[in-house]
Design a protein around this ligand. Structure first.
Ligand code: RB5
Length: 166
């Protein structure tokens, strides 16, 4: 059972209750951080809100819905510590957890239907982070975010692969 924060803009508003219901059926605890009506609004509001709740460890995971899933996931990814993925199929959703330890899943209500959305959600929730070599890559991403990635220089220059910033 996970504590899940969910949010959408006005375009994702109608798909959101279907996903909330599904998450509850699966036994998860869900909190809806808006939008609370279909009145036109801006996706960064909800991307930021849900991302902060996850980054602050108030919630285990987040789910975001807009028209494409793009704007709301981009917004969430501006919050340090967030790895939000936008998915339109279950394979990427599963691998994004196993390899990238994504903590927010996004999708688009104009792109996929509710049954495919549920399948994507299920694959993502069931998948577990594998760790190992994947942890180092996540640490590298975090270091970029913290502007402290020089420590990974030796990895960058290995195998004669010089980075452009050399
Ligand atoms: C709103 O019209 C739309 O731009 C939004 O839902 C989303 O698709 C943005 O990425």
């Amino acid at each position: 059972m996970s504590k899940i924060a969910i949010g959408s803009d006005h375009v994702g508003y109608e798909l959101k209750p279907i996903i909330i219901e599904y998450l509850k059926e699966l036994g998860h605890e869900v909190t809806d951080f808006g939008a609370y009506s279909s009145e036109r609004t801006d996706y960064p509001i909800y991307g930021k809100k849900v991302a902060e709740e996850v980054a602050n460890h108030n919630y285990d995971l987040g789910i975001l819905i807009c028209g494409t899933g793009v704007g709301i996931s981009l917004s969430a990814n501006k919050v340090p510590g967030i790895r939000a993925v936008v998915c339109s199929e279950p394979y990427s959703a599963k691998l994004s957890k196993q390899h990238n330890n994504t903590n927010i899943l996004a999708f688009g209500s104009r792109v996929i239907g509710s049954e495919l959305a549920k399948m994507i959600v299920k694959e993502w929730l069931d998948a577990k982070f594998i760790g190992g070599r994947h942890q180092r890559r996540i640490d590298e991403m975090a270091a970029i975010e913290e502007k402290n990635d020089k420590k990974f220089e030796s990895i960058r220059v290995s195998n004669n692969q010089k980075y452009l910033d050399k």
